[in-house]
Design a binder for this molecule. Structure first.
Ligand SMILES: Cc1cc2nc3c(=O)[nH]c(=O)nc-3n(C[C@H](O)[C@H](O)[C@H](O)COP(=O)(O)OP(=O)(O)OC[C@H]3O[C@@H](n4cnc5c(N)ncnc54)[C@H](O)[C@@H]3O)c2cc1C
Length: 316
């Protein structure tokens, strides 16, 4: 059985690995290399309560369990850690947030006052299950694991309309936001959100990542932190948004002026118009689309990639 996977981000690599694990011959296409899209700029945070409201996401336990398994796979493949599994702090920066967080009832969170008073806002929700994934290393590890199972990579654009699709038994379109422009996907309820990813040198590191109105995550390099947010409904980056992000970070990380920006990147994530579950759908016979991971890429890519691989194998 031979399957073509278009896109080597979280979605494409996950489905490629799960297919290859079942003995399928996988050809993986990405015009920008491994992790050339939103996945490599992702702040890499995973926990069950993403989004503004902070309510528990559907199937979050299953999603986290599957991602943790894939993190192990990536770590074995490259022989080093690709994530920090030491919890996340959801900082309460307004009085409204403080009262709503205090009332939050869930066994996986606790209202906490952390003792980092000179560094950070110290009231909020402690999410013990939170994980900070080093996105770039994780993608590298997952690709290495795919490659060791025989997945073939082609650094080229796969033009779905023009290619001879009969060469494969099935096609998975996991091209992130670019799927929105494909005629076959145009009726899918999707929307685009642009975000910034800013790498900074910090003199006073935090021991864990903080999620708030803009995120600050630890990285594999103890001297570098990764700031990120995705809020703009546009395809075109606005450099002023970087200053706006720094201001938001300053609302919970007090020595924000000491941060030295090393690199700024932009990325577009694609989200479902309604709800938060990504779209996994057979859009024409033997052609599947797997996109719309939104801000829950880390939470859902492994689970839905496994389920899609199983569905494809059963259908052929
Ligand atoms: C700034 C920012 C911060 C984020 N932070 C987080 C976070 O902390 N936690 C979290 O869970 N999520 C986060 N996200 C969201 C997360 O990054 C996405 O949900 C996830 O990466 C989407 O993965 P994907 O594989 O669907 O798409 P992508 O990673 O965009 O991959 C799609 C790939 O397909 C390729 N492609 C497209 N069309 C073709 C074609 N025709 N031929 C060949 N190749 C093609 C592209 O080159 C691209 O590499 C963040 C996003 C951004 C932008």
């Amino acid at each position: 059985m031979s399957v073509c996977v278009v896109g080597a981000g979280l979605a494409g690599l996950s489905v490629a690995w799960h297919l290859a694990k079942q003995g399928v011959e996988v050809s993986l296409f990405d015009s920008k290399g491994i992790g050339g899209g939103a996945s490599s700029v992702s702040t890499g945070l995973m926990h069950p309560f993403p989004g503004k409201k902070g309510t528990r996401s559907l199937r979050s336990d299953e999603g986290m369990k599957e991602t943790l398994l894939l993190l192990d796979v990536a770590e074995q493949a490259i022989g080093r850690s690709v994530a920090l599994r030491n919890g996340l702090f959801r900082a309460a920066v307004t009085e409204e947030q403080k009262s709503s967080f205090r009332a939050f009832q869930d066994p996986d969170v606790e209202w906490k006052e952390i003792s980092l008073s000179e560094l950070a806002v110290h009231e909020g929700l402690w999410i013990a299950k939170g994980v900070s994934v080093f996105s770039h290393l994780y993608l590298q590890g997952l690709w290495k694991a795919c490659s060791s199972l025989g997945v073939q990579f082609y650094e080229e654009c796969y033009d779905y309309e023009k290619r001879d699709r009969s060469l494969f038994d099935a096609i998975v379109l996991a091209g992130g936001w670019e799927m929105i422009d494909l005629p076959i996907c145009q009726k899918l309820p999707l929307r685009l959100v642009l975000g910034q990813s800013v790498f900074c040198r910090w003199q006073r590191p935090l021991p864990f990542s903080i999620v708030s109105n803009g995120h600050m995550s630890v990285t594999e390099d103890p001297e570098i932190c990764h700031l990120g947010s995705t809020y703009e409904h546009s395809r075109h980056p606005d450099p002023n948004q970087v200053q706006a992000l720094m201001k938001r970070i300053g609302s919970f990380y007090l020595p924000v002026d000491e941060l030295k920006i090393q690199e700024v990147r932009f990325g577009i994530r694609i989200a479902p118009k309604d709800g938060h579950m990504p779209i996994v759908k057979e859009v024409s016979p033997h052609t599947w689309v797997f996109t719309g991971l939104g801000s829950r890429g880390m939470l859902y890519h492994a689970l839905l990639g496994r389920e899609l691989a199983e569905t494809i194998c059963k259908s052929l």
